[in-house]
Ligand binder design. Structure first.
Ligand code: ZN
Length: 469
Protein backbone atom coordinates (compact mmCIF):
# COMPACT_ATOMS: atom_id res chain seq x y z
CA UNK A 1 0.00 0.00 0.00
CA UNK A 2 1.43 3.31 -1.06
CA UNK A 3 -0.30 6.61 -0.52
CA UNK A 4 0.46 10.23 -1.22
CA UNK A 5 -1.10 13.09 0.70
CA UNK A 6 -0.52 16.76 0.10
CA UNK A 7 -0.55 19.07 3.11
CA UNK A 8 0.46 22.24 1.32
CA UNK A 9 0.61 23.68 -2.21
CA UNK A 10 -2.56 21.70 -3.01
CA UNK A 11 -4.56 24.02 -5.30
CA UNK A 12 -2.40 26.92 -4.09
CA UNK A 13 1.19 28.00 -4.65
CA UNK A 14 2.95 28.14 -1.29
CA UNK A 15 3.72 25.86 1.64
CA UNK A 16 4.70 22.75 -0.38
CA UNK A 17 4.44 19.58 1.74
CA UNK A 18 3.75 16.16 0.23
CA UNK A 19 3.83 13.01 2.35
CA UNK A 20 4.51 9.64 0.72
CA UNK A 21 3.70 6.60 2.87
CA UNK A 22 5.12 3.25 1.86
CA UNK A 23 5.66 0.13 3.99
CA UNK A 24 6.76 1.48 7.34
CA UNK A 25 8.30 4.65 5.91
CA UNK A 26 6.93 8.17 5.69
CA UNK A 27 8.80 10.43 3.28
CA UNK A 28 8.08 14.17 3.25
CA UNK A 29 8.81 15.93 -0.04
CA UNK A 30 9.49 19.63 0.68
CA UNK A 31 8.43 21.51 3.78
CA UNK A 32 7.71 25.03 2.67
CA UNK A 33 6.41 28.13 4.36
CA UNK A 34 2.91 29.38 3.60
CA UNK A 35 2.89 33.01 2.46
CA UNK A 36 -0.03 35.35 1.94
CA UNK A 37 -2.56 36.91 4.29
CA UNK A 38 -0.83 37.18 7.64
CA UNK A 39 -3.26 35.46 10.02
CA UNK A 40 -4.19 32.61 7.75
CA UNK A 41 -0.57 31.78 6.89
CA UNK A 42 0.44 31.98 10.53
CA UNK A 43 -2.14 29.35 11.49
CA UNK A 44 -1.13 27.10 8.59
CA UNK A 45 2.58 27.43 9.37
CA UNK A 46 2.14 26.61 13.05
CA UNK A 47 -0.07 23.61 12.51
CA UNK A 48 1.60 20.45 11.19
CA UNK A 49 -1.30 18.20 10.18
CA UNK A 50 0.84 15.09 10.76
CA UNK A 51 3.21 14.13 13.55
CA UNK A 52 6.71 15.30 12.50
CA UNK A 53 8.29 12.71 14.83
CA UNK A 54 6.86 9.92 12.64
CA UNK A 55 8.46 11.22 9.40
CA UNK A 56 11.30 8.89 8.35
CA UNK A 57 13.17 11.17 5.93
CA UNK A 58 12.75 14.36 3.94
CA UNK A 59 13.52 15.43 0.39
CA UNK A 60 14.03 19.11 -0.44
CA UNK A 61 13.64 19.89 -4.15
CA UNK A 62 15.08 23.43 -3.89
CA UNK A 63 15.86 26.28 -1.52
CA UNK A 64 12.97 28.70 -2.12
CA UNK A 65 11.17 29.67 1.08
CA UNK A 66 7.88 28.11 -0.02
CA UNK A 67 9.69 24.75 -0.37
CA UNK A 68 12.15 24.77 2.57
CA UNK A 69 10.97 27.49 4.98
CA UNK A 70 9.12 25.20 7.44
CA UNK A 71 11.88 22.62 8.12
CA UNK A 72 12.82 24.45 11.35
CA UNK A 73 9.19 24.06 12.52
CA UNK A 74 9.28 20.36 11.58
CA UNK A 75 12.46 19.91 13.61
CA UNK A 76 11.08 21.87 16.58
CA UNK A 77 8.09 19.50 16.56
CA UNK A 78 10.19 16.36 16.75
CA UNK A 79 11.51 15.39 13.30
CA UNK A 80 14.87 13.65 13.76
CA UNK A 81 15.58 12.10 10.35
CA UNK A 82 17.70 13.42 7.49
CA UNK A 83 16.82 16.00 4.83
CA UNK A 84 18.25 15.07 1.43
CA UNK A 85 19.02 17.76 -1.17
CA UNK A 86 21.64 18.70 -3.75
CA UNK A 87 24.79 20.37 -2.36
CA UNK A 88 23.78 23.80 -3.74
CA UNK A 89 20.30 23.48 -2.26
CA UNK A 90 21.81 22.72 1.15
CA UNK A 91 23.61 26.10 1.00
CA UNK A 92 20.65 28.03 -0.44
CA UNK A 93 18.21 26.52 2.08
CA UNK A 94 20.54 27.38 4.96
CA UNK A 95 20.67 31.03 3.82
CA UNK A 96 16.91 31.23 3.23
CA UNK A 97 15.93 29.62 6.57
CA UNK A 98 18.38 31.81 8.53
CA UNK A 99 17.07 34.92 6.78
CA UNK A 100 13.45 33.94 7.49
CA UNK A 101 14.36 33.46 11.16
CA UNK A 102 16.04 36.88 11.35
CA UNK A 103 13.05 38.63 9.76
CA UNK A 104 10.54 36.95 12.11
CA UNK A 105 12.57 37.79 15.20
CA UNK A 106 13.10 41.39 14.04
CA UNK A 107 9.38 41.82 13.23
CA UNK A 108 8.36 40.57 16.68
CA UNK A 109 10.88 42.88 18.41
CA UNK A 110 9.75 45.86 16.35
CA UNK A 111 6.09 45.31 17.18
CA UNK A 112 6.94 44.86 20.87
CA UNK A 113 8.66 48.25 20.82
CA UNK A 114 5.75 49.94 19.05
CA UNK A 115 3.23 48.46 21.50
CA UNK A 116 5.25 49.46 24.55
CA UNK A 117 5.09 53.07 23.33
CA UNK A 118 1.38 52.95 22.45
CA UNK A 119 -0.56 51.37 25.32
CA UNK A 120 -3.83 51.81 23.41
CA UNK A 121 -2.63 49.77 20.44
CA UNK A 122 -4.50 46.47 20.81
CA UNK A 123 -2.39 44.37 18.45
CA UNK A 124 -0.72 41.25 19.84
CA UNK A 125 2.94 40.37 19.48
CA UNK A 126 3.21 37.16 17.49
CA UNK A 127 6.23 35.16 18.59
CA UNK A 128 8.48 34.07 15.70
CA UNK A 129 7.77 30.59 14.30
CA UNK A 130 11.45 29.90 14.78
CA UNK A 131 14.71 31.69 15.48
CA UNK A 132 18.20 31.39 14.03
CA UNK A 133 19.11 28.56 16.38
CA UNK A 134 16.10 26.52 15.19
CA UNK A 135 17.12 27.23 11.59
CA UNK A 136 20.66 26.02 12.37
CA UNK A 137 19.23 22.80 13.90
CA UNK A 138 17.37 22.12 10.66
CA UNK A 139 20.46 22.89 8.58
CA UNK A 140 22.34 20.26 10.58
CA UNK A 141 19.99 17.54 9.30
CA UNK A 142 20.57 18.34 5.60
CA UNK A 143 22.64 15.84 3.63
CA UNK A 144 24.02 16.71 0.16
CA UNK A 145 23.55 14.35 -2.78
CA UNK A 146 25.05 14.72 -6.26
CA UNK A 147 22.74 15.06 -9.26
CA UNK A 148 21.87 11.72 -10.92
CA UNK A 149 23.37 9.71 -8.03
CA UNK A 150 20.75 7.31 -6.61
CA UNK A 151 20.68 7.24 -2.81
CA UNK A 152 18.66 5.01 -0.49
CA UNK A 153 16.85 7.37 1.90
CA UNK A 154 14.70 4.75 3.68
CA UNK A 155 14.34 0.96 3.40
CA UNK A 156 13.06 0.31 -0.13
CA UNK A 157 13.03 4.00 -1.11
CA UNK A 158 15.72 5.26 -3.51
CA UNK A 159 15.90 8.93 -4.51
CA UNK A 160 17.58 10.36 -7.61
CA UNK A 161 17.98 14.13 -8.00
CA UNK A 162 17.67 15.31 -11.61
CA UNK A 163 18.17 18.85 -12.95
CA UNK A 164 15.04 21.04 -12.69
CA UNK A 165 16.58 24.23 -14.18
CA UNK A 166 14.55 26.43 -11.81
CA UNK A 167 17.12 27.95 -9.42
CA UNK A 168 20.64 26.94 -8.45
CA UNK A 169 20.53 23.41 -7.00
CA UNK A 170 16.88 22.80 -7.94
CA UNK A 171 15.90 19.21 -8.63
CA UNK A 172 13.22 17.05 -10.14
CA UNK A 173 13.21 14.08 -7.77
CA UNK A 174 12.63 10.51 -8.86
CA UNK A 175 11.66 8.06 -6.12
CA UNK A 176 11.95 4.34 -6.85
CA UNK A 177 9.92 2.55 -4.24
CA UNK A 178 9.71 -1.16 -3.44
CA UNK A 179 7.09 -2.52 -1.06
CA UNK A 180 6.90 -6.34 -1.05
CA UNK A 181 6.23 -7.27 -4.66
CA UNK A 182 5.01 -3.75 -5.53
CA UNK A 183 7.35 -1.39 -7.37
CA UNK A 184 6.57 2.18 -8.25
CA UNK A 185 8.45 5.10 -9.71
CA UNK A 186 7.10 8.46 -8.60
CA UNK A 187 8.54 11.67 -10.02
CA UNK A 188 8.15 15.05 -8.29
CA UNK A 189 8.87 18.08 -10.48
CA UNK A 190 9.39 20.45 -7.55
CA UNK A 191 9.34 23.75 -9.42
CA UNK A 192 10.09 23.09 -13.07
CA UNK A 193 12.31 25.62 -14.83
CA UNK A 194 12.64 26.56 -18.49
CA UNK A 195 15.01 25.65 -21.27
CA UNK A 196 17.71 28.16 -22.30
CA UNK A 197 17.77 30.14 -19.05
CA UNK A 198 21.15 31.68 -18.23
CA UNK A 199 23.61 29.89 -15.91
CA UNK A 200 21.45 26.81 -15.29
CA UNK A 201 21.20 23.63 -17.32
CA UNK A 202 17.95 22.75 -19.05
CA UNK A 203 15.59 20.51 -17.05
CA UNK A 204 16.45 16.79 -17.32
CA UNK A 205 13.85 14.48 -18.80
CA UNK A 206 12.26 11.87 -16.51
CA UNK A 207 10.86 9.49 -19.12
CA UNK A 208 9.78 6.52 -17.03
CA UNK A 209 7.39 6.99 -14.17
CA UNK A 210 4.20 5.42 -12.84
CA UNK A 211 3.11 8.73 -11.31
CA UNK A 212 4.11 12.33 -11.87
CA UNK A 213 3.47 14.97 -9.21
CA UNK A 214 3.68 18.12 -11.31
CA UNK A 215 3.75 21.83 -10.49
CA UNK A 216 1.26 24.08 -12.29
CA UNK A 217 2.08 27.68 -11.25
CA UNK A 218 1.79 29.05 -14.80
CA UNK A 219 -0.44 26.28 -16.17
CA UNK A 220 -2.62 28.90 -17.87
CA UNK A 221 0.12 31.26 -19.07
CA UNK A 222 2.60 31.61 -21.91
CA UNK A 223 5.80 33.55 -21.21
CA UNK A 224 7.61 35.85 -23.59
CA UNK A 225 10.75 34.52 -25.22
CA UNK A 226 13.92 34.86 -23.12
CA UNK A 227 16.00 36.30 -25.99
CA UNK A 228 13.44 39.08 -26.18
CA UNK A 229 13.93 39.82 -22.46
CA UNK A 230 17.59 40.73 -22.87
CA UNK A 231 16.84 43.11 -25.73
CA UNK A 232 14.05 44.76 -23.75
CA UNK A 233 16.32 45.11 -20.73
CA UNK A 234 18.96 46.79 -22.91
CA UNK A 235 16.40 49.18 -24.40
CA UNK A 236 15.13 50.19 -20.94
CA UNK A 237 18.67 50.90 -19.74
CA UNK A 238 19.57 52.92 -22.85
CA UNK A 239 16.35 55.01 -22.70
CA UNK A 240 16.78 55.76 -19.02
CA UNK A 241 20.45 56.70 -19.40
CA UNK A 242 19.52 59.04 -22.27
CA UNK A 243 17.17 60.85 -19.89
CA UNK A 244 19.82 60.94 -17.17
CA UNK A 245 17.77 58.73 -14.81
CA UNK A 246 18.24 55.59 -12.73
CA UNK A 247 16.94 52.08 -13.34
CA UNK A 248 15.53 50.55 -10.14
CA UNK A 249 14.93 46.81 -10.21
CA UNK A 250 13.15 45.14 -7.26
CA UNK A 251 14.28 41.51 -7.36
CA UNK A 252 14.36 38.40 -5.20
CA UNK A 253 17.79 37.97 -3.67
CA UNK A 254 18.14 34.32 -4.65
CA UNK A 255 17.97 33.53 -8.35
CA UNK A 256 16.45 36.55 -10.04
CA UNK A 257 19.23 38.92 -8.93
CA UNK A 258 21.96 36.61 -10.25
CA UNK A 259 20.08 36.17 -13.54
CA UNK A 260 19.86 39.96 -13.97
CA UNK A 261 23.56 40.34 -13.18
CA UNK A 262 24.33 37.73 -15.84
CA UNK A 263 22.29 39.61 -18.47
CA UNK A 264 23.78 42.99 -17.52
CA UNK A 265 27.26 41.46 -17.67
CA UNK A 266 26.61 40.32 -21.24
CA UNK A 267 25.06 43.62 -22.30
CA UNK A 268 27.87 45.56 -20.70
CA UNK A 269 30.59 43.42 -22.30
CA UNK A 270 29.08 43.60 -25.76
CA UNK A 271 28.59 47.37 -25.51
CA UNK A 272 24.82 47.10 -25.90
CA UNK A 273 24.35 49.27 -22.81
CA UNK A 274 26.52 52.21 -21.69
CA UNK A 275 29.11 51.37 -19.00
CA UNK A 276 27.14 52.84 -16.09
CA UNK A 277 27.53 51.51 -12.53
CA UNK A 278 25.40 48.52 -11.51
CA UNK A 279 24.72 48.16 -7.77
CA UNK A 280 23.39 45.03 -6.07
CA UNK A 281 22.12 46.59 -2.86
CA UNK A 282 21.14 43.65 -0.68
CA UNK A 283 23.17 41.75 1.92
CA UNK A 284 21.08 38.63 1.23
CA UNK A 285 21.67 38.89 -2.55
CA UNK A 286 25.39 39.36 -1.90
CA UNK A 287 25.49 36.15 0.16
CA UNK A 288 23.35 34.32 -2.38
CA UNK A 289 25.71 35.38 -5.16
CA UNK A 290 28.56 33.87 -3.11
CA UNK A 291 26.70 30.55 -3.17
CA UNK A 292 26.11 30.85 -6.94
CA UNK A 293 29.83 31.56 -7.42
CA UNK A 294 30.84 28.51 -5.37
CA UNK A 295 28.57 25.93 -7.04
CA UNK A 296 30.02 25.85 -10.53
CA UNK A 297 28.91 22.19 -10.75
CA UNK A 298 25.39 23.53 -11.35
CA UNK A 299 26.33 25.70 -14.37
CA UNK A 300 25.36 24.91 -17.94
CA UNK A 301 28.00 24.23 -20.58
CA UNK A 302 27.88 27.77 -21.98
CA UNK A 303 28.56 29.36 -18.59
CA UNK A 304 31.43 26.94 -17.92
CA UNK A 305 32.99 27.62 -21.33
CA UNK A 306 32.62 31.40 -21.17
CA UNK A 307 33.57 32.00 -17.56
CA UNK A 308 34.80 29.06 -15.46
CA UNK A 309 37.28 27.85 -18.11
CA UNK A 310 38.91 31.29 -18.05
CA UNK A 311 38.96 31.55 -14.28
CA UNK A 312 36.22 34.18 -14.41
CA UNK A 313 32.86 34.52 -12.70
CA UNK A 314 29.59 35.40 -14.43
CA UNK A 315 28.84 37.53 -11.37
CA UNK A 316 31.84 39.87 -11.59
CA UNK A 317 32.50 42.71 -14.02
CA UNK A 318 33.99 46.18 -13.82
CA UNK A 319 30.79 48.19 -13.46
CA UNK A 320 29.23 45.85 -10.87
CA UNK A 321 29.36 46.58 -7.15
CA UNK A 322 27.85 44.75 -4.20
CA UNK A 323 26.98 46.95 -1.24
CA UNK A 324 27.07 44.73 1.83
CA UNK A 325 27.08 47.24 4.71
CA UNK A 326 24.30 49.72 5.50
CA UNK A 327 26.88 52.49 5.14
CA UNK A 328 27.76 51.50 1.57
CA UNK A 329 24.05 51.42 0.86
CA UNK A 330 23.56 54.94 2.19
CA UNK A 331 26.41 56.17 -0.03
CA UNK A 332 24.28 55.23 -3.04
CA UNK A 333 22.19 58.32 -2.24
CA UNK A 334 25.17 60.47 -3.24
CA UNK A 335 25.74 58.73 -6.57
CA UNK A 336 25.20 61.29 -9.32
CA UNK A 337 24.13 60.40 -12.85
CA UNK A 338 22.60 57.28 -14.32
CA UNK A 339 23.02 53.90 -12.64
CA UNK A 340 21.23 50.60 -12.18
CA UNK A 341 20.19 49.48 -8.69
CA UNK A 342 19.01 45.92 -7.99
CA UNK A 343 17.57 45.52 -4.48
CA UNK A 344 15.18 43.28 -2.57
CA UNK A 345 12.54 42.46 -1.55
CA UNK A 346 11.15 41.35 -4.87
CA UNK A 347 7.60 42.57 -4.17
CA UNK A 348 8.80 45.78 -2.43
CA UNK A 349 7.39 44.65 0.92
CA UNK A 350 10.56 45.32 2.92
CA UNK A 351 14.27 45.85 2.56
CA UNK A 352 16.50 48.42 0.93
CA UNK A 353 14.41 48.75 -2.22
CA UNK A 354 12.03 50.91 -0.17
CA UNK A 355 14.65 53.59 0.49
CA UNK A 356 15.48 53.74 -3.21
CA UNK A 357 11.81 54.00 -4.10
CA UNK A 358 11.26 56.89 -1.67
CA UNK A 359 14.02 58.80 -3.42
CA UNK A 360 13.28 57.78 -7.01
CA UNK A 361 9.53 57.27 -7.63
CA UNK A 362 8.82 60.98 -8.00
CA UNK A 363 11.32 61.59 -10.82
CA UNK A 364 10.06 60.99 -14.39
CA UNK A 365 13.62 60.41 -15.61
CA UNK A 366 13.80 57.16 -13.60
CA UNK A 367 12.52 53.71 -14.53
CA UNK A 368 11.18 51.08 -12.17
CA UNK A 369 11.63 47.74 -13.87
CA UNK A 370 9.25 44.96 -12.79
CA UNK A 371 10.79 41.55 -13.53
CA UNK A 372 8.86 39.24 -11.20
CA UNK A 373 5.44 38.28 -9.96
CA UNK A 374 3.82 40.98 -7.78
CA UNK A 375 1.17 39.56 -5.46
CA UNK A 376 -2.02 41.43 -4.65
CA UNK A 377 -1.91 43.96 -1.80
CA UNK A 378 1.85 44.58 -2.18
CA UNK A 379 3.62 47.85 -3.01
CA UNK A 380 5.12 46.05 -5.99
CA UNK A 381 1.62 45.42 -7.36
CA UNK A 382 0.67 49.09 -6.84
CA UNK A 383 3.75 50.09 -8.86
CA UNK A 384 3.05 47.50 -11.56
CA UNK A 385 -0.54 48.80 -11.78
CA UNK A 386 0.90 52.32 -12.18
CA UNK A 387 -1.25 53.84 -9.46
CA UNK A 388 -0.82 57.64 -9.53
CA UNK A 389 0.06 57.59 -5.84
CA UNK A 390 1.79 54.85 -3.80
CA UNK A 391 2.42 54.52 -0.07
CA UNK A 392 5.97 53.85 1.09
CA UNK A 393 6.69 53.58 4.85
CA UNK A 394 3.11 54.78 5.32
CA UNK A 395 3.69 58.04 3.42
CA UNK A 396 2.04 58.91 0.09
CA UNK A 397 4.31 59.47 -2.92
CA UNK A 398 3.37 60.50 -6.45
CA UNK A 399 4.46 57.91 -8.98
CA UNK A 400 6.17 59.92 -11.72
CA UNK A 401 8.88 57.42 -12.66
CA UNK A 402 8.24 55.22 -15.67
CA UNK A 403 7.20 51.65 -14.83
CA UNK A 404 8.19 48.94 -17.28
CA UNK A 405 7.14 45.31 -16.92
CA UNK A 406 9.19 42.46 -18.40
CA UNK A 407 7.36 39.13 -18.37
CA UNK A 408 10.07 36.94 -19.83
CA UNK A 409 12.09 36.45 -16.64
CA UNK A 410 9.99 33.68 -15.11
CA UNK A 411 11.83 30.79 -13.42
CA UNK A 412 8.80 28.52 -13.95
CA UNK A 413 7.91 26.65 -17.10
CA UNK A 414 4.70 27.93 -18.71
CA UNK A 415 1.81 25.78 -19.99
CA UNK A 416 3.46 24.75 -23.25
CA UNK A 417 6.86 24.22 -21.59
CA UNK A 418 5.34 21.89 -18.97
CA UNK A 419 3.50 20.09 -21.79
CA UNK A 420 6.72 19.68 -23.77
CA UNK A 421 8.37 18.13 -20.71
CA UNK A 422 5.50 15.74 -19.88
CA UNK A 423 4.57 14.61 -23.42
CA UNK A 424 7.74 12.53 -24.10
CA UNK A 425 7.16 10.42 -20.96
CA UNK A 426 6.12 6.80 -21.50
CA UNK A 427 2.36 7.39 -21.53
CA UNK A 428 1.56 3.65 -21.53
CA UNK A 429 3.30 3.37 -18.16
CA UNK A 430 2.22 6.71 -16.67
CA UNK A 431 -0.86 6.04 -14.53
CA UNK A 432 -1.53 9.67 -13.83
CA UNK A 433 -0.34 13.23 -13.37
CA UNK A 434 -1.17 14.76 -9.99
CA UNK A 435 -1.12 18.56 -10.11
CA UNK A 436 0.18 20.65 -7.22
CA UNK A 437 1.52 24.19 -6.68
CA UNK A 438 -1.03 26.11 -8.74
CA UNK A 439 -4.33 27.95 -8.46
CA UNK A 440 -7.40 26.00 -9.66
CA UNK A 441 -7.74 28.06 -12.87
CA UNK A 442 -4.11 27.35 -13.84
CA UNK A 443 -4.57 23.64 -13.07
CA UNK A 444 -7.75 23.38 -15.18
CA UNK A 445 -5.99 24.91 -18.17
CA UNK A 446 -2.88 22.75 -17.76
CA UNK A 447 -5.03 19.63 -17.29
CA UNK A 448 -6.79 20.25 -20.62
CA UNK A 449 -3.47 20.82 -22.32
CA UNK A 450 -1.88 17.63 -20.91
CA UNK A 451 -4.91 15.52 -21.89
CA UNK A 452 -4.71 16.94 -25.42
CA UNK A 453 -1.09 15.68 -25.50
CA UNK A 454 -2.19 12.12 -24.64
CA UNK A 455 -1.90 12.00 -20.83
CA UNK A 456 -4.63 9.61 -19.71
CA UNK A 457 -5.40 10.90 -16.25
CA UNK A 458 -4.76 14.33 -14.74
CA UNK A 459 -6.10 15.42 -11.39
CA UNK A 460 -5.40 18.02 -8.74
CA UNK A 461 -4.27 16.89 -5.30
CA UNK A 462 -6.65 18.12 -2.60
CA UNK A 463 -5.12 19.12 0.75
CA UNK A 464 -5.30 16.28 3.27
CA UNK A 465 -6.94 13.78 0.88
CA UNK A 466 -4.76 10.70 0.23
CA UNK A 467 -4.29 9.12 -3.19
CA UNK A 468 -3.32 5.40 -3.50
CA UNK A 469 -0.43 4.91 -5.88
ZN1 ZN B 1 10.74 27.78 -6.51
Amino acid sequence: MMTLTSYGAAQEVTGSKHLLEVGGSRILIDCGMFQGRRKESRAKNEDMPFDPATVTACINTHGHLDHCGAYPVLVKRGFRGLIWATAATVDVAQLVMADAARIQVADARYLERVLSQNPRDRREVVPPLYDEEDAAQATGLFRPVAYRQPVEIAPGVTATFLEAGHILGSAVVRLDVVDGDQRRTIVFTGDLGRRNTPILRDPDAAPDADWLVCESTYGNRLHDDLAFAQEELAAVVRDTVAKGGRVLIPAFAVGRTQELVWHLHQLNESGRIPAIPVYVDSPMATRATGIFTKHTECYDEETVRRFVDHGESPFRFGALKFTASAEDSKKLNDVRGPCIVIASSGMCEAGRILHHLVRDVGDPRNTILVVGFMAEHTLGRALADRRPEVRIFGEPHRLEARVKILNAFSAHADRNEIGAWVAPMDQARLKGVLLVHGEPVAQASLGDHLRSLGVRRVESLVAGRSVSL
